[in-house]
Each structure stands twice: as C-alpha cells, then as structure tokens.
Write a protein that binds this ligand. Structure first.
Ligand SMILES: Nc1ncnc2c1ncn2[C@@H]1O[C@H](COP(=O)(O)OP(=O)(O)OP(=O)(O)O)[C@@H](O)[C@H]1O
Length: 231
C-alpha cells in the first residue's frame, strides 16, 4: 500500500534550515497542501521530497511503490512527477515533442494518455504541432501539467500548479487531482490559492526558522595526519 512518511524532516539550503522538523504521513488517495508566506520553505520542502535537495535532518520514507525496474522504489523521486515554478518545457520545440520527451523520461509500468488526449484533459485544443514558446502563459502552464497524464506516476509533487491558470482551468485541474487521488495516487502541492482539494491534509509553514546546522569541525594537523594514516 502506497505510503509516504516524513519523520523529523528538516529542509533548507546549504546549512540553513528553511523549515522543520516536520512530521506527516500520506497514504494512497491522500493529499497534502503546503501553505505559508513567501520564503517559508514551501519550494524547498517540495524539492527535497522530489529528491532534488538532500534533507538537512530526519528522513522521508516511501512504501508500496514500484520503480521503473519493477523493484520497490526507495525514494519519492523514482515514482513522482515534480512540477516546479518553471514549466520545464523547451520553448523552441513543439508541445508534442516536449510531451514525448517527458513520456520517455518518466515512463514507469503503465501507458499514459496520448498527447492530444492529455492536452484535452487540461482544457487545451490539440496544440501538439505548435512550438511551446508560442503558447500564452496559462496555456504553457496547462501544457506543462499535461505531462502528469502522459506518464502515469503515483506521486504528484506540485509547486503552485495553478499559478497563471484562469478560474475554469483551476477547477479543471482540481478535478484532475481528485481523479488521481481516487485512483490511489498522492498529491503534495504548495500553493497561495485554494486548489479545491477538500479533504487534503494541511501543512502551514508559518515562519521560516533562521537556524543553522553546526559548521563542520575543522581538522587540525594532528587529526588530519591521523585520518590519513600517517600517525
Ligand atoms: N537556491 C537557493 N539558494 C539559497 N537559498 C535559497 C535558494 N532558494 C531559496 N532559498 C532560500 O530558502 C528559503 C526558503 O525559500 P523557498 O523558495 O523554499 O520559499 P517558499 O515558501 O517557496 O516561498 P514563495 O512563496 O516565495 O515561493 C528562503 O529564505 C530563500 O531565500
């Protein structure tokens, strides 16, 4: 059974703690909405969960998910989609080729939707032949979210997914997230605006702690010599 558990998880940049220690668990069909003021550490938490940053303390456990090789996945990164602030789509190539890239890169066991069906599901016409850079800001965000559908993955890690979306598109994307949850997936999303996930667990990173981890101890010459085996 799919399950994520964060235990005394501290996240940050360098040795500066942005948020934590945090504890939460999420099972199949559950979602977590992360809120908090600018700079509270929401993106840093999501990037850590997605495996792009190392935790500064504690750990994240994943159970019940199969990686690309059919073995149990050990990190969320192996089974997650991460959609950050940026769309991660190349402006100079077509929407279709961008989606093909993500399908190949992120494919696990199950087939996803075709490009045109995925675009339809996010409320776009079949723009597959257009260069991604020709799309409006909201269309670009929607086309970027379509990659969630071309390569099915258990966990969606989403940083302000509905920024730049109009009201109808926000509603539509809320329904896509609900459908993912109903199919046993997990959604973790940071946001400044309501996402329509009525039953979501909430994590409010109210205030960024200004804590630093202790600096690594400098070795003196004798310790260095001992470590190198000279003594
Ligand atoms: N690349 C980086 N290098 C160093 N510090 C960073 C980096 N990115 C963010 N930070 C710092 O980490 C802290 C948390 O930033 P983060 O982006 O996680 O906040 P956030 O809650 O997502 O903010 P926002 O609501 O503005 O998106 C901030 O103090 C920020 O200055």
């Amino acid at each position: 059974m799919l399950r994520i558990a964060a235990e005394a998880l501290s996240v940050g940049r360098g040795r500066t703690v942005a948020a934590g220690p945090l504890d939460f668990t999420l099972g199949a069909g559950e979602s977590l909405v992360v809120t908090g003021p600018n700079g509270a550490g929401k993106s840093t938490l999501l990037r850590t969960l997605a495996g792009l940053l190392h935790p500064l303390g504690g750990r994240v456990l994943l159970e019940g998910a199969l990686a690309a090789d059919g073995e149990n996945a050990r990190s969320i990164a192996e089974v997650a989609h991460y959609v950050g602030h940026r769309n991660a789509m190349k402006p100079g190539i077509s929407v279709g080729r961008n989606l093909d890239f993500w399908r190949r890169t992120l494919r696990l066991a199950a087939d996803g939707l075709t490009n045109s069906d995925a675009l339809k599901a996010v409320g776009l016409p079949d723009l597959t032949a257009l260069p991604f850079g020709y799309l409006s800001a909201g269309q670009q965000r929607r086309a970027s979210l379509a990659r969630l559908l071309v390569a099915p993955r258990d966990v969606w890690v989403l940083d302000e997914p509905t920024a730049a979306l109009d009201a109808d598109s926000q509603l539509l994307f809320g329904k896509l997230m609900e459908r993912h949850l109903a199919a046993g997936g997990i959604v973790i999303a940071a946001t400044h605006q309501p996402l329509g996930l009525e039953t979501a667990k909430r994590l409010n990173l109210a205030k960024a702690p200004d804590a630093k981890l202790p600096a690594p101890t400098a070795l003196d010459d004798d310790e260095l010599a001992e470590a190198e085996g000279w003594l």
